[in-house]
Design a protein around this ligand. Structure first.
Ligand SMILES: Cc1ncc(COP(=O)(O)O)c(C=O)c1O
Length: 398
């Protein structure tokens, strides 16, 4: 075998020894698995109004956008979606991308000027981390949700442009960032606040408008919001929303917007329909909140350490990467899909199951799934105390 392939094999063996193998698994259409792994929080991915809207645009425009919007033109589906998203988020203007990942790369890059300091939460998603890296700006990684550390980082860089970068509901443990306090500290130091609302959009805030809106920060001139359209909205794509001048800057300079084929018009149309349903979905959000509380109660009662969820993401501590994989596999064998997060996908080297709660799952299936998770739990994951999640250790370097 060629040297480089043999070297890759050795690295795969090392990952296997550390319990970090990742494998693709088949997924059949309409499989009977109870899904606590995906992010279809409101059950909109398969909603008939959503799929019908996408189908109409599919026959009108074809499968793909066939090019970037600057080259190929901007469809009504894109504009309608952007206007609706801006209105929902309370922002002056919104711009959609072909993924949330690319929206984050584009947003961070566009906020950086010469000498900009980025102050990034230790639990931030990989797309924000990569955005900081690709921007080339100096980045200070602050301990998770530590407003004093953010203030200290900003105070140590007087006179420099700065951006505080955070998620709202964090993808790892489902906790909510202290957005109002972060904004106050950012404003005090003349810094901007970039919030990735991926796991909050559709789930929290007035009419589901997300964590930024819930914190009363919608439309603030020093706040930029990003989100993915692939979670509560059940589709694909990402959005950057903020002041009109900033969005124009992204359109004219953002590499992940300019040099990327646009979001397919059919997806834009489907997501547009999903936004309407999400805005009207207070009953679904109430059901999500109730289910989140139920997960915590049931799993805590079984002695499992569970995070305190602020949205629809709950993390359950696993004893280690191998135990986490085996636990998730046992659940899957019994018809329950759960997320399995192991290093390097965790910011603190802790392994956990990640449960994403969907309002679209029947209550009976949901409760059965919780029983399955408890029954499959490794003995070492249980404590007598029914602990809440232990304090995360945080990274302090990028
Ligand atoms: C917090 C967060 N931001 C961004 C993304 C990326 O979004 P997308 O999947 O649309 O690329 C994800 C996950 O997918 C996420 O969890």
């Amino acid at each position: 075998m060629a040297d480089w392939l043999a070297a890759l094999d050795r690295r795969a063996e090392l990952r296997a020894k550390a319990g970090l193998t990742r494998r693709l698994r088949p997924r059949a259409a309409g499989d009977a698995v109870v899904d606590l792994a995906g992010n279809d929080y409101l059950g909109l991915a398969t909603h008939p109004q959503v799929t019908a809207a996408a189908a109409r645009a599919l026959s009108a425009y074809g499968l793909g956008a066939t090019g970037s919007r600057l080259v190929r033109g901007s469809t009504d589906a894109h504009h309608a979606l952007e206007d609706t998203l801006a209105d929902w988020l309370g922002a002056e203007r919104a711009l959609v991308f072909s993924s949330g990942y690319l929206a984050n790369l584009g947003a961070v890059r566009a906020l950086v000027r010469p000498r900009t300091l980025l102050v990034s939460d230790a639990h931030n998603h990989a797309s924000l981390i990569d955005g900081c890296r690709i921007s080339g700006a100096e980045t200070v990684v602050t301990p998770h949700a530590d407003v004093a550390a953010v203030a200290a980082a900003l105070a140590a860089a007087p006179g420099r442009p700065a951006v505080v970068v955070t998620e709202s509901v964090f993808s790892v443990d489902g906790d909510l960032a202290p957005l109002a306090r972060l904004h106050a500290v950012a404003r005090e130091h003349g810094a901007l606040l970039l919030v990735d609302d991926a796991h909050a959009l559709g789930v929290t805030g007035p009419a589901g408008a997300g964590g930024v809106a819930a914190a009363g920060l919608a439309g603030q001139p020093d706040v930029v919001v990003t989100a993915t359209l692939s979670k509560a909205l059940g589709g694909a794509g990402g959005v950057v929303a903020g002041p009109a001048e900033f969005v124009r800057h992204v359109i004219e300079t953002g590499r992940t917007f300019i040099f990327d084929t646009a979001l397919p018009p059919a997806v834009a149309a489907g997501v547009h329909a999903a936004v309407g349903l999400a805005r009207a979905g207070d009953d679904l959000r109430a059901e999500l909140a109730e289910r989140a509380a139920l997960v915590v109660r049931r799993l805590n009662a079984a002695g499992l350490a569970v995070s305190a969820p602020d949205g629809a993401v709950v993390s359950v501590t696993a004893p280690g990467p191998e135990a986490a994989s085996a636990w998730a596999a046992d659940c899957r064998d019994r018809g329950v899909a759960v997320g399995c997060f192991r290093p390097p996908s965790t910011p603190d080297n802790r392994s956990r199951l990640r449960l994403t709660i969907g309002a679209g799952i029947s209550r009976a299936d949901f409760e059965r799934a919780l029983e399955t998770i408890v029954e499959c739990a490794p003995v070492s994951a249980r404590s007598e105390l029914g602990l809440r999640a232990p304090q995360s250790r945080t990274r302090v370097t990028p």
